[in-house]
Design a protein around this ligand. Structure first.
Ligand SMILES: [Zn+2]
Length: 602
């Protein structure tokens, strides 16, 4: 028997063999069962997802002699003829090479006659979008009133090029890219029946490279089968196909995130040596970084990422080591350069340059982290001051680089809740901390607004232009009191009743990792004090304010902590002149926008 390429040998012959596309298959089978098959069908989707395969299975099903069974039976004479490609009543036309009006007229002439052997004449036009306008117009007349013995099935990779007049006369089926797991199952079955052993890792590389296309995956399998003999591993793929294993991207991403440019360049050189296409390589890296971002930000990354569970674990482990700022930073740099790599005559050098840039940007430390350290260093013993420091818009520091690079100016509000003790002469981040002090002390020092004590500003709502960027850049944390109404809005979208209950709150106060919500009437907050509700509310607060907060719900009068906002102005004013406060203001280039004195002062 002559050699048959895998794509033909394993072309699905029955609905149950179709890889992926369960939804479309179900609809088609239902239509057959109810005898309500449209006379014109259009299958669209990227190449190799099963458009013509499904059209052919439908053709078989319509003419199958065993209509009472699950059709197509795949063994009656009609099914057998279609399978062998010599069915007289099935007209398969390649729209790319038979695109003119003459071909369509000829076809129409033929369709006037009743089918020769079977019940229906079936016309399959592949790449239908390639037909000329005249051909489409000629076709339109037939589609408007299709003869009862004729079914049309069109397939296209470019749905947008099919005229609307045609679209509106067809039942449309959009085929999706085949999911990674479906591809893996299918390819594994083929490997078994071909008697080839292939490692899981190698299989995954092929399935990922296929990118949802069964045919692409099969042609890769074909190549590797003809090379590799009876057992195939990841290295074979790298050598034969120039495909890179996902672990390379993991190592590369890890070195870029860690700012280890040397390691990144070495990995690049290895892949280049293997003959990997640099454009495809940079795209692979970008996809990997996207995976990291999704794992960092989504609770259910599997919904967005078509990768195996093992890989999700690996991605989550790496993403867990870095802040979202660091990851997005590297992603943005690679994203910004990928096109250039594709266009460049020297793609390797373009990629190298990109890695050097990424290396310089690596190791970003979020401001919240730094402030947290500052906080814990200073908070040796309780102090009355609770100062809010708002950085000025021109030199705020959302994140500070370990290597003391310049940082883009962004407005940011931070609340330092705790308390300095004695004036510290050293730069804020002192010995023992693994952050370079230069990075902290420097960027904010110049040009900041003078730290004017302004207790009266406390009551005034902050100007919107200072607040807005805080949410948009999604800095590490958001001050609670000023954003309270927004927070209630956030809760309202999730739990309406909870938002209504929160609106009754008399005061909110944040200190020492606690968010205290106070009510005048104990009855108003009973429901919020319920353990489960409190837990949920805590989750909302942590989500929204981006910090570890314990929510406490109390009624005023149940403890005596309700009057800390009423301290004399003089005392607050004195606090802003506290040397430690001044030092902090100076170091961070901020200003004191408000002062609260807390119960710990008493
Ligand atoms: Zn049959």
């Amino acid at each position: 028997m002559s050699y048959l390429v895998l794509a033909r040998k394993y072309r699905p012959q029955k609905f149950q063999d179709v890889v992926g596309q369960q939804a479309v298959v179900r609809i088609l089978r239902n239509a057959l069962r109810r005898k309500r098959v449209a006379h014109a069908m259009l299958f669209s989707g990227v190449r190799g997802v099963g458009k013509t395969t499904l059209a052919r299975i439908m053709a078989k099903a319509l003419n199958c002699h065993h209509q009472d069974e699950d059709v197509p039976c795949d063994h009656c004479s009609s099914c057998a003829e279609i399978k062998a490609g010599n069915a007289i009543d099935l007209h398969e036309i390649d729209g790319a090479s038979n695109r003119g009006i003459n071909e369509i007229r000829e076809l129409q002439e033929n369709l006037r006659f009743l089918p020769t052997n079977e019940r229906y004449k079936i016309v399959v036009i592949d790449e239908v979008h390639m037909l000329t306008v005249e051909a489409f117009n000629a076709l339109l007349k037939t589609l408007e009133e299709p003869p009862p013995h004729v079914f049309f099935m069109f397939a296209t990779t470019e749905l947008h090029k099919v005229p609307v007049t045609i679209l509106s006369r067809c039942q449309r089926y959009e085929l999706r890219r085949v999911a990674l797991n479906d591809l893996l199952d299918f390819f594994a079955r083929i490997a078994v029946s071909e008697g080839v052993k292939i490692t899981d890792g190698a299989m995954e590389i092929i399935a990922r490279e296929a990118d949802g296309s069964v045919r692409d995956g099969l042609s890769l399998l074909e190549q590797i089968f003809s090379f590799g003999g009876e057992s195939i591993c990841e290295d074979d793929l790298t050598q034969v196909l120039g495909l890179v294993d996902g672990r390379v991207f993991n190592r590369l991403a890890a070195s870029l995130l860690a700012g280890d440019t040397g390691q990144a360049l070495t990995l690049l050189a290895e892949c280049y040596g293997h003959g990997m296409n640099m454009k495809r390589f940079s795209f692979g890296l970008l996809q990997y970084l996207r995976g990291l971002m999704i794992c960092k930000t989504c609770r259910n990354p599997t919904e967005l990422l078509d990768v195996s569970d093992d890989e999700i674990t690996v991605l989550q482990a790496l993403a867990g080591k870095y802040s979202i700022e660091t990851i997005t930073n590297i992603f943005n740099i690679v994203f910004g350069g990928v096109d250039e790599v594709g266009r460049s005559s020297y793609p390797r050098m373009a990629l190298e340059m990109l890695f050097v840039k990424a290396g310089q940007a690596g190791g970003v430390v979020p401001l919240a982290g730094l402030l947290g350290r500052l906080d814990s260093m200073l908070a040796a013993e309780p102090r009355p001051a609770v100062a809010e420091i708002t950085q000025t818009e021109n030199n705020g520091v959302p994140q500070i680089k370990a290597e003391s690079e310049a940082v883009p100016p962004v407005a940011e509000a931070v609340k330092i809740d705790s308390a300095p003790l004695e004036p510290v002469q050293e730069p804020v981040v002192a010995a023992g901390e693994d952050i370079d002090s230069g990075g902290v002390a420097n960027p904010a020092a110049q040009g900041s607004e003078p730290a004017v004590p302004s207790p009266e500003r406390e009551a005034a709502p902050p100007p919107p232009e200072q607040l807005e960027p805080v949410r948009e850049i999604s800095p590490p944390s958001i001050p609670v009191e000023r954003n309270w109404p927004e927070f209630i809005g956030h809760v309202k979208e999730r739990k309406r009743w909870m938002a209504s209950a929160l609106q009754l709150a008399e005061k909110v106060d944040e200190r020492a990792g606690e968010l205290v919500i106070k009510f005048d009437d104990p009855a108003e907050c009973l429901i919020l004090q319920d353990v489960d509700n409190l837990k949920l509310l805590t989750e909302f607060a942590q989500d929204f304010f981006q910090k570890e907060l314990m929510v406490k719900v109390t009624a005023v009068g149940s403890n005596g902590e309700d009057d800390e906002l009423d301290k004399p102005m003089e005392e607050r004013r004195a606090l802003t002149r506290d040397p430690v406060v001044e030092m902090v203001v100076d170091t961070l280039g901020g200003e004191v926008s408000g002062v609260r004195t807390g119960p710990r002062s008493r």
